[in-house]
Design a protein around this ligand. Structure first.
Ligand SMILES: Cc1cc2nc3c(=O)[nH]c(=O)nc-3n(C[C@H](O)[C@H](O)[C@H](O)COP(=O)(O)OP(=O)(O)OC[C@H]3O[C@@H](n4cnc5c(N)ncnc54)[C@H](O)[C@@H]3O)c2cc1C
Length: 489
């Protein structure tokens, strides 16, 4: 599980940065070649296979994320050349009580992977993808899901659940849950990992699974980086289809759309079920598009349109049905993401709202939130998702869900205008209000968005799972160093 290349570049190689040589505990500052206290007054950084960066560009980059709302500047950034670099630097940070934020692809939206004055550990170099063994593959924590899928598809196999966007790190999505249209069948990504290799906040490299250090396994999956850094993961694989039949089914009535979605996850005739809510000509979010996918051979039978669509109450004239190559389906957002990047929209603020609604009040809650929504509060590149999952297959203790057989994800994936702090502030307040509405009805947040949250909110969020998380934190990260950007402890 070592990344390639394992080059012993060490600390001194960076042209732009003053080489870091250690940490001065009295001044609580990194010692560099330029600003080096007397020998004996600082602790030497251990030799590394990778690099420790303190230049402005690296620190600025680590104080950004996809949200572009929160900016916390670290004192240094570790670009590890090996898993051992993570181990030795965590031990070093523990000795000096330096907080540490693991960072995958930095696609959180509210500073979750940031740390003021601490050390950011980039996981991207830990992207090794091992050979497929039976029905599993072992990958580095920094591997992206696109890379994992491309690799396993060469053997005709695939992870069973994907997020809508594939350029997220394995460690990053396993830290939050990893939900997608296949979740109603297979659970979240965290439900489909058989073993993890982690570096705990105490600097121990540990393998954990359901049968080995199970408390750690349960504390890391959907554990928001609070106990350990995922450096490797063994993922379950299933047979992949060669092509899929992809349907977009329009609905005018929210209630009918929700009922049909629910019917589809209960009868499981599709392999993937999601849904979008779009504004109509008046700007009201009243156009609903059910997105459903049936896998073809060898993962399923040849899809039959009549059979698959039987009994559904969508508006026939708007039906779209197409056959896609499986990977093209998984990577369906790539073209629009490239366009957004090109247009600079990727750099705009993204005050996202991600909520998990109980099914018994989904219609009331969703329409309450959607009625307040204006197209400009979502943005031209934004999107609203609404789809159900099945509680029965969501088994990871820290992935908090409403106590309900079919929780719905409502995701308002907003892009807001650049240089407009007042709008971001208003949307964050709207996110908070929507969260409170949902929480009071027994819902949760899906913690990838931008909802102002304090410690007591986190206790509410984790509910009966909080004591186990707190105990694991105490045991595996006794100095309380890891992922402070989440604001849980
Ligand atoms: C365009 C887009 C589409 C998305 N679509 C979906 C979707 O369909 N379904 C879904 O579930 N989510 C989705 N997300 C949310 C995404 O899953 C989370 O934000 C995820 O955490 C991002 O992964 P990352 O590698 O960028 O993590 P980061 O943003 O780098 O980190 C997120 C959190 O995890 C911690 N962390 C990161 N790596 C590790 C590690 N190796 N070990 C321990 N802790 C770690 C960080 O400290 C931080 O607290 C989407 C996000 C974006 C931007």
């Amino acid at each position: 599980m070592r990344p390639e290349p394992t080059r012993r570049t060490a600390l001194y190689g960076l042209a732009t940065a003053a080489a870091v040589v250690g940490f001065d505990p009295a001044a609580r500052a990194w010692a560099t070649e330029k600003r080096k206290p007397a020998e004996g007054d600082f602790d030497h950084v251990p030799p590394l296979d990778g690099t420790l960066l303190t230049d402005d560009a690296s620190r600025d980059a680590a104080s950004e994320d996809f949200g572009h709302i929160v900016h916390r500047r670290p004192a240094a950034v570790l670009r590890p050349g090996s898993v051992n670099d993570v181990v030795v630097m965590i031990r070093f940070c523990r000795r000096h009580k330096i907080p540490v934020a693991p960072r995958g692809q930095g696609h959180a939206t509210f500073g979750q992977a940031q740390v003021k004055g601490g050390l950011v550990i980039e996981t991207a170099p830990l992207k090794h993808i091992g050979p497929v063994k039976g029905d599993t593959v072992t990958v580095g924590g920094g591997a992206r899901w696109s890379e994992v899928a491309k690799s396993t598809l060469r053997k005709g196999l695939t992870p069973p659940v994907f997020t809508d966007y594939l350029e997220l790190s394995v460690g990053g999505t396993l830290s939050v849950g990893g939900l997608g249209g296949q979740t109603h069948r297979h659970g979240a990504q965290v439900d489909n990992v058989t073993e993890l290799e982690v570096v705990t906040g105490a600097g121990e490299l540990v393998r954990c699974s359901a049968t080995r250090h199970a408390d750690l396994f349960d504390a890391v999956r959907a554990g928001l980086g609070q106990c350990a850094i995922v450096v490797g993961a063994t993922l379950r694989l299933v047979r992949a289809p060669r092509t899929v039949r992809h349907y977009q089914l329009p609905y005018t009535e929210l209630s009918v759309f929700l009922e049909d979605q629910r019917r589809l996850i209960d009868d499981r005739r599709f392999d993937y079920v999601e849904g979008l809510v779009l504004p109509d000509a008046t700007g009201a979010f009243r156009v609903h598009v059910l997105e459903a996918v049936a896998y073809g051979p060898p993962a399923g039978p040849e899809p039959d349109d009549d059979e698959l669509l039987a009994g559904l109450r969508f508006e026939r004239p708007g039906l779209v049905a197409e056959t896609l190559d499986y990977y093209a389906f998984l990577d369906r957002l790539a073209a629009s993401v490239a366009e957004q990047m090109e247009a600079g929209l990727w750099d705009d603020p993204h005050p996202w709202l991600n909520l998990l609604l109980p099914s018994d009040s989904v219609e009331e809650l969703a329409s309450g939130i959607l009625d307040e929504l204006r197209p400009e509060d979502v943005g031209t590149s934004g999107v609203v998702l609404l789809y159900p999952m099945r509680r029965k297959v969501l088994r990871t203790p820290l992935l908090r869900m409403p106590d309900d057989p079919a929780p719905y994800l409502l995701a308002v994936l907003r892009t807001s205008p650049p240089d407009d702090a007042a709008t971001v502030k208003r949307l964050l307040a709207a996110n908070r209000a929507a969260y409170e509405l949902v929480r009071d009805a027994g819902g949760k947040q899906y913690p990838v968005g931008s909802i102002p949250f304090d410690r007591s909110d986190w206790r509410d969020q984790f509910g009966p799972a909080f004591p186990a998380l707190a105990a694991a934190r105490h045991r595996y990260d006794p100095a309380g160093l890891l992922a402070p950007g989440q604001g849980i402890f």
